[in-house]
Design a protein around this ligand. Structure first.
Ligand SMILES: [Zn+2]
Length: 405
């Protein structure tokens, strides 16, 4: 039976982890600021900080930015350059990315990128690519690697560590990624779909860290979503949630390969955007998109940001589809904020603005509160930072023990 009481040791460990988390997620705090944020006494903070310094989790430095008028530079705290790190792995359809990061979600070495060529790969080959990159990074650092977090395309079963036949992914059936990687590396390994991992990165390290309830929307070839409820990532029973792209916006629509009909992804995708542009371009001969046979995402967004009507019309339809799907979610979950992430750095805020407008129409005031729509803090990198966040979050919640000696 689970116990709910706590003794002095539990309390001490809980306060220590709280202080470590706050130092990891707020660079350069002083002891006084830590006491103010945590509500702990200055004496407690001083004891915990000394312990964390002596076990080499954190270090102190003279903060130039906070220098007083007399020139005195107060001591601030940060993660130690010797503190343990986390290996993050990102599995996409056409590439793998492997990185080492610390508890602040900061990469400590440039990531290893492995393009996946068009030859059909086996599950073992993908696992070997990941393992070789892990070995390369491990050999490049003297820091201890605590665990591996894997952020992957879905569908997957995070609880049982299985990637389950993602569409267009080398015809790989079932990849037992956790058991294989644990066998090879002998360190704990965790799996999460990339949308949930991106949401976790935003919650731990991003601008949404103080937002209690939000939807993270990952717009790439497919459309995924991660939900944070009550300050915690909601990852479902088997980690199979987040497939916003496979919610139906038209039950009489075409059959999707997921089995459902009229899925959002069948309408809101780059092919449909291009088709819409082709349909309308004779009306807009001056548009920079008109001469292009297959404009890229960035070209379309660039044009829309400069108020090109053709681009805006195409994106307007795209955001209508997304707003329709999100409205179903918002009507079930009372969320305040939507965060949009893309696989590349997107200029301007046209998509966010269009989506906010569409939602305002579908959810009129005064019946509903307005929804804030903003861009991801880690634009294009949220899924990779998310893979590191998977492990950091487990550490901060005592699901993965740290050694303090
Ligand atoms: Zn579908």
């Amino acid at each position: 039976m689970d116990t709910i009481g706590s003794n002095a040791q539990d309390l001490k460990a809980s306060n220590r982890m709280l202080v470590l988390k706050i130092i990891a997620t707020h660079y350069g705090l002083s002891r006084t600021q830590l006491a103010s944020i945590t509500g702990l006494s200055k004496m407690s903070i001083s004891n915990i900080v000394s312990e964390l310094i002596s076990s080499d989790y954190i270090s102190e430095f003279e903060n130039q930015k906070e220098a007083t008028s007399s020139g005195r530079k107060p001591l601030s705290l940060k993660l130690s350059e010797h503190s343990p790190c986390i290996c993050g792995m990102l599995i996409e359809r056409d590439f793998l990315q492997i990185a080492l990061g610390d508890l602040s979600g900061t990469l400590i070495l440039p990531p290893v990128n492995v393009p996946l060529d068009s030859n059909v790969l086996s599950s073992d080959e993908v696992i070997q690519y990941l393992y070789q990159a892990f070995v390369t990074l491990k050999d490049s650092t003297s820091r201890n690697i605590i665990a591996i977090g894997i952020s992957s395309i879905g569908p997957l079963d995070s609880k049982n560590g299985l990637i389950l036949r993602p569409p267009f992914f080398h015809n790989i059936e079932i990849m037992p990624i956790i058991s294989e990687m644990t066998k090879l590396t002998e360190i704990p390994t965790y799996l999460m779909n990339e949308s949930n991992a991106g949401a976790l990165a935003e919650k731990l390290y991003g601008d949404a860290s103080s937002v209690a309830n939000f939807l993270y929307l990952h717009i790439t070839n497919g459309i995924g979503a991660g939900v944070v409820l009550d300050n915690k990532l909601y990852d479902g029973e088997f980690g199979q949630n987040g497939g916003l792209g496979h919610t139906s916006i038209n039950f009489a629509g075409p059959r999707c390969e997921c089995g459902n009909a009229g899925c959002l992804e069948l309408y809101a995708n780059i092919k449909q955007l291009r088709y819409r542009i082709q349909e309308l371009k004779y009306l807009y001969p001056g548009s920079p998109l008109t001469p292009l046979s297959a404009p890229s995402w960035i070209q379309i967004l660039d044009a829309a940001n400069t108020k090109d009507t053709l681009a805006i019309l195409a994106l307007d339809q795209f955001s209508t589809y997304i707003a329709q799907a999100i409205t179903n979610t918002l009507n079930i979950l009372d969320l305040s904020t939507i965060i949009i992430d893309y696989p590349f750095n997107v200029p301007g805020s046209i998509m966010e603005d269009l989506l906010a407008q569409k939602l305002a129409i579908l959810r009129p005031q005064p019946f509903y509160h307005s929804i804030k729509v903003q861009k991801s803090t880690f634009i294009g990198k949220a899924s990779l930072i998310g893979s590191i966040s998977i492990v950091a979050d487990k550490i901060f919640h005592f699901e993965l023990p740290l050694c303090f000696s």
